[in-house]
Structures are given as C-alpha cells and as structure tokens.
Design a protein around this ligand. Structure first.
Ligand code: HEM
Ligand SMILES: [Cu+2]
Length: 678
C-alpha cells in the first residue's frame, strides 16, 4: 500500500537532519496557521494561487525563488562551516549527510532558485515591456509555475521524509544508478528535476511565442528593449536545451525503475551518453541564466546613466551569438574523459570564443556609463560590482578552457571558485538588481535603498572572502566535495572562506531588512507615476502595479526606447478618446491541481506507491483534457470599468511632477570627458 515508505524514512538518524526537518515542518505550520488565523485562505486561493495574470505569476515565482535562496544558502553555510573544522577530524556532518548537502545546494540553487527567479522576472516585465496585455498562453504559464513549485516541494520534503541524493547536482551515473544508490535520494533529485524541467520547457515556448507574436504595433525586432531580447534568446535556449535534460533524466529513470541499462557499462549502456546529454542541456543552461541578467544590467545602466544604451545592435548580436555558441562547447565539461587531443582542442577554442561577445557587452556597458549622468541607485552598485567581479571569473574560465590546465584543475575547488565567480555576480546579482529595479512596478513602492546598499557591500566583500581562497585551494590540489581532509595547509583558506560565507549571511539579513524597511516606509516611496526611475522602456508607462490589462490602450511604437521618446515628445500620458471592453483570461484552479498532482506523482514514484502514481497521472490527464475542452476561459473588463481605473490613474499622475528628459551629454552637469579640453 505504501511502497517502501516506512517509519524509517523519518530523519531520526541524526540530530542535524532532524533539525532541518523540524525547521521545514515548522515553516509550513507557521504559514498554515497564519493563513488560517487571518482568514486569508480564500484570498490567497482566488487572488494568487489560481491567478493567470502574468504579473501575479511572476511575483509567486520570485517568492518561491527567495525562499529557496535561503534554503540553498543554509546548505552553503553548513558546507563552509563543516570544511572549516574538518581538518583531521570528522567535523559535525557525517559523510553521507555532507553529500546530501552539496547535492541539494547545487540542485536548489540552479533549478529552484535561479530558474524561478529568472522566470519570475520574465513574467513580471516582458509583457509590459513589449506593450501587450498578457503572455501568449496564460494557462500554460500557470502550469509551468506549479510544475516548478512541485519540484521544489519534492526537494523540501526530502528533508523530512527520506533522504536527498548524494550524487551531486548533476547526478552522474553509474553512481546515480540503482546499483550504487538504491535509496530514495536519487529518485527525489530525478523527479524534482524532471517535473520542473517540463515546466521550464513550457516557459521557453511561451515566451518565444509571446515575444514574437504579441509585441505592440511598430515594435520591430530591432526596437525591442534589450531585456526582452535576452529573454527571447534565453527562451529559445530553454525550448531546445531542456528537452535534453528531460531525456537524460527520463532515461535514467528507466534505468532505475525498469533496469534498462542505458547508462551502465554492463549490458551495452554507456554513462558518457548521460554526461553528454546532461551538458548539452547544462552548458546552455549557464547562458539561459546569465543572458537575462545581462538584460537587466543593460536596462539598469541605460536608465541610471540617463542615456540610450551604447551599441544596442552589437548587444543584440552579441546576445544571439552567445546563444548559438553556448550549444557548441558542452564537451569542455569532460575534457579529462579521453576524447583525444584534437577534439579537446576544438572545444577548448570554441569555449574561449564565447568570451568575445561577452567582452563586447562589457565595453558597451562601460561606454553607456561614460559621460552619462549616473545615479548611484542600489541597482547600479550591483551592476558595477558585477562587471568587476565577472571579468575575473571570465579570466579563470578561459584558463579552464585550456585542456591541459583543465587536467590539473579538474574537480578541484578552483572549478568551484570559477563557476561561483560567474554565477553569483553574473546571475544572482543581475536578478537582485532586476528585482530592486522592478519592485515598484510589481508591488507599488520601493525597497529601502539604504539597506540595499548595505546588502550589496556585504555580498561583494563576502563573495571575495568566500571564493578567492578556493582558487588558491584548487592550486594546492584540494578536490571539490570533500567532507574532511588531512592536509593542514588547507585549513586557513577554508576558515577565511567560512568567514566570507558569514559576511554573505549578513548580506542576506540586509536584504530582508531592505524588504521590511521598504514595507514600513511604503507611504513615502509609493510610486504614483508608474515611472519612479525616469525609465526608457514601455513597462514604465503602466501604473505601478499595472492594472490587470496592463495597457488600457495598446501603445504604438516608432523607435527604440519607446517610452523615453513618448516623454520627450510629450505624448506619454495622453488621454485616449475612449475605451473599449477588454477580454482577459479568467482564473483557473486547474493549474494548481495539475501541479499538486505532479507533486503526488513524483512522491509516489519515489516511494514505489504505484497505485497512487497511476491515480495522479490520471488526474493530470483529466485536467489537461478538461482544460483543453473548455470554451469559456475569459472574462470581460467593461469599457466603463476600464475608464474608472484609468481615471484614478490620471488623478495619481496629476499629483506627481514630471521627469526631466534632457540629454545628459549636453547638460552642464555631465562630467567632461577625461583628457578632453573642456
Ligand atoms: C551564496 C553563497 C554561496 C556559497 C557560500 C556557496 C558555497 C558552495 C560550496 C561550499 C559548495 C561545495 C563545493 C565543494 O564541492 O567543495 C558549492 C557547490 C555548488 N554551488 Fe554554491 N554557494 C553559494 C551560492 C551558489 C549559487 C548562487 C549557485 C547557483 C545559482 C550555486 C551553485 C552551486 C553548485 C551547482 C554547486 C555544485 C554542487 C555539487 O557539487 O553537486 N552556489 N557551493
Ligand atoms: Cu560549460
């Protein structure tokens, strides 16, 4: 009846595991009690969980990402503190538990922190930025969200019931095969990745179609804001790369459940097939995550330098080039597996070539700032911190792309330092900047700038302390994923790294303060104009937060930086002659239901509860059939209702001063060019 689920699944094997389980359960209980206490279940259900409004879906994605960021960060703290103490002693984490921690850290950070954070920003901003009312497939959007959440849920539950994988975030066979990992851990990883991966494929398709089909009239491809461009390329990569991951994990599932031997050396399988498939997804994944962050930086740099982006077209082409190249380098992830010198050389060179368009971007950002009228908003701190740090990561990446060097550094902490050096500034900093930048658009008031800047300083100092020592440790030969070691020379570096992680912890606390103080001071920073930063792109034309339909009248676009042009021309806030009825997608509970049952399906498969798995698959099937045969999925906002909302909007607008749209280069305040005569 319950498969292999018995009382032994509870984490009585260690106090630390019990602690983690306790915190997880407690968190769930607190949320449950609060919602019940304040009688918010109905509101939560009808306004949020079942909503098909892309803006709300975006907020939910980001809430999930922030929750998982904290969870993944706790793992990081555990690893850093373990390694700081584990010289010549066991430390406090038993080996098997340490392995679970690095596996869940990597899995959470990539799949359940970075991916939802990114998708949340897509959802919040893209439709508004391209001047449309919604994404192309609103219901599919909700499905994607709930598939992702269900995967995250599985990872969280693994902390309480059973154990998580010990096979690392990449789950390489043969270790992840049944023979070496007979327990439930790899199955938790497998189903979490499989289910959320399907959600990501759907998201990719959704945004490709949205961006290609739903742009405002006049917005040609080369008038699209840069963030939208990066989302488009990233979505194309998602739609092409994630199926490879689905196939890889799907075949691994067949190996584990039906003994099919795709990836075992016995019976004709080959583990290299898994590794190839995984990195055919995995390398593009890096760029799936990084490109939208580049998009954020581009928007931020232009807005806060008060200038059009320098080299817009070169940025677009660099984005597309990176997208294409990202599929051609995956073999650098297994230089040491004996492909031969020529193959390695070709992939090494291909890998280095990606540095070229990336370098182009860095120069474009710098030239955008050059002679701009720069405001030191927190988002600019993150941007500049990113540029400096990312360049260092790029250099170590080029080093690793040289196959002989990779032979030396392979699987050392040098590699760990390198990829954190790319992914923390290049992904996380970007999303944080994006969140701060668009927070007023999403919620209606600004986050606390003071705490934002403090958070930045803690993060950046903590980052250097935590990861620079890992480069040296790698040179000293310390392998990654060590739960204890016998070499005294490593310990000082690991202690510094642990201090760094503690400084980052202070940064995380400052971020929480940034939010709390922001909420407390919300009346002061409430955004009535919809355009708090003197923005350039269309999302700043809507109110903050935007009405369900975003635009009462779809704007017409005739240039790059469309909204800026409207402000310069004085046409930005004209009253339309009249309004029409607007049709919007109605809420639907089917997405949540499908998501919930995909969670049950995963859970049942993990514990071999076959009847429950079959049942939940059936429910998901029924949901799909019901939804596809529904005729009436929309509701109408009448012209009168629109007029009332817009009337309120114009009243708000009348209460705030207009921004100055002068050209900074022409203004006396602009700094003279270095070395120029003036
Ligand atoms: C915020 C501060 C962070 C710290 C202190 C940290 C620390 C660590 C540590 C100690 C490891 C294990 C290294 C080893 O194997 O020896 C690790 C692995 C890893 N981290 Fe982080 N990390 C952080 C943030 C992130 C972020 C933001 C991401 C991704 C978005 C990430 C992705 C990974 C991945 C994929 C692994 C490999 C896991 C594996 O070996 O299977 N980390 N990190
Ligand atoms: Cu790669």
């Amino acid at each position: 009846m319950l498969g292999r689920l018995t009382i032994d699944a509870l984490p009585f094997y260690s106090w630390i595991a019990m602690g983690g389980a306790g915190v997880t359960v407690l968190g769930g209980v607190v949320i449950f009690v609060l919602l019940t206490w304040f009688k918010k279940w109905g509101y939560f259900w009808s306004e949020w969980l079942t909503s098909l409004d892309h803006k709300r879906i975006g907020v939910m994605y980001i809430a999930l990402a922030l929750l998982m960021l904290v969870r993944g960060f706790v793992d990081a703290l555990m690893m850093r503190s373990q390694q700081a103490f584990a010289y010549d002693s066991g430390g406090y984490l038993p080996a098997g538990h340490f392995d679970q921690v690095f596996s869940s850290h990597g899995t959470i950070m990539i799949f359940f922190m970075a991916m939802p954070f990114m998708t949340g920003l897509f959802n919040l901003i893209v439709p508004q930025q391209i001047g449309t009312r919604d994404v192309a497939f609103p219901f599919m959007n909700s499905l994607s969200l709930w598939f992702t959440s269900s995967g995250a849920g599985l990872v969280l539950v693994s902390l309480v019931i059973g154990k998580f994988s010990t096979a690392g975030w990449t789950g390489y066979p043969p270790y992840s095969g049944l023979e070496y990992s007979p327990g439930v851990g790899v199955d938790y990883w497998l189903w979490a990745v499989l289910i959320s991966g399907i959600g990501s494929t759907l998201t990719g398709i959704n945004f490709i179609v949205t961006i290609l089909k739903r742009r405002a009239p006049g917005m040609t491809l080369l008038r699209m804001p840069l963030f939208t461009w990066t989302v488009l390329v990233s979505s194309v990569l998602m739609a092409f790369a994630f199926p490879a991951l689905t196939v890889a994990t799907g075949l691994l599932a067949l190996d584990r459940y039906l003994d099919m031997h795709f990836f075992t050396n016995a019976d004709g399988g080959n583990m290299m097939n898994f590794i190839s498939l995984l990195w055919i997804w995995g390398h593009p994944e890096v760029y799936i995550l990084i490109l939208p962050a580049f998009g954020v930086f581009s928007e931020v740099v232009a807005t806060f330098s008060r200038k059009a982006l320098f080299g817009y077209k070169s940025l677009v082409f660099a984005t597309a080039a990176i997208g294409i190249l990202s599929f051609s380098v995956w073999l650098h992830h297994f230089f040491t597996m004996g492909a031969g010198a020529n193959v390695n050389a070709i992939f090494g060179i291909a890998t280095m070539i990606i540095g070229v368009p990336t370098g182009v971007k860095v120069f474009d950002w710098l030239f955008t700032m050059y002679r701009g009228r720069i405001t030191f908003d927190p988002t600019m701190y993150w941007t500049i911190g990113f540029i400096v740090t990312f360049v260092i990561g790029g250099v170590t990446g080029v080093l690793l792309a040289i196959p002989p060097v990779d032979y030396l550094m392979h699987n050392t902490t040098f590699l760990v330092a390198h990829f954190h050096n790319m992914i923390i500034p290049g992904v996380l900093f970007g999303y944080v900047a994006g969140l701060i930048y668009w927070f007023p658009k999403a919620i209606g008031f600004q986050l606390s700038a003071k705490w934002g800047i403090r958070a930045f300083w803690c993060w950046i100092i903590g980052f250097y302390l935590a990861f620079m020592p890992l480069y040296f440790l790698g040179l000293l030969g310390m392998p990654r994923r060590m739960e204890r070691y016998e070499i005294a020379a490593w310990q000082p570096y690991l202690i510094i790294a642990a201090i760094g992680a503690a400084v980052i912890l202070a940064g995380v606390v400052c971020m929480a303060m940034q939010l709390l103080v922001g909420i407390k001071e919300r009346e002061k920073t409430r955004d009535l104009s919809g355009d708090p930063f003197n923005g350039r792109t269309l999302e700043w034309l809507t109110s903050s937060p935007a009405a369900p339909y975003n635009f009462a009248v779809i704007p017409k676009v005739d240039s790059l930086d469309a909204f800026w042009k409207m402000k310069v021309d004085g046409t930005a806030y004209q009253r339309p002659s009249g309004y029409t009825d607007i049709v919007m997608p109605r809420n639907s509970s089917l997405g949540v239901i499908a998501g919930a049952f995909s969670f049950v399906l995963g859970f049942a498969m993990i514990w071999y509860i076959w009847w429950l798995a079959a049942l939940s698959l059936l429910v998901i099937g029924i949901v799909v059939v019901v939804r596809s045969s529904m005729e009436n999925t929309d509701y109408v906002i009448t012209a009168d209702e629109v007029a009332a909302i817009e009337e309120q909007r114009f009243n708000d607008l009348a209460r705030v001063p207009r921004h100055d749209t002068g050209d900074p280069a022409a203004s006396p305040q602009a700094a003279p060019a270095p070395g120029s005569a003036s």
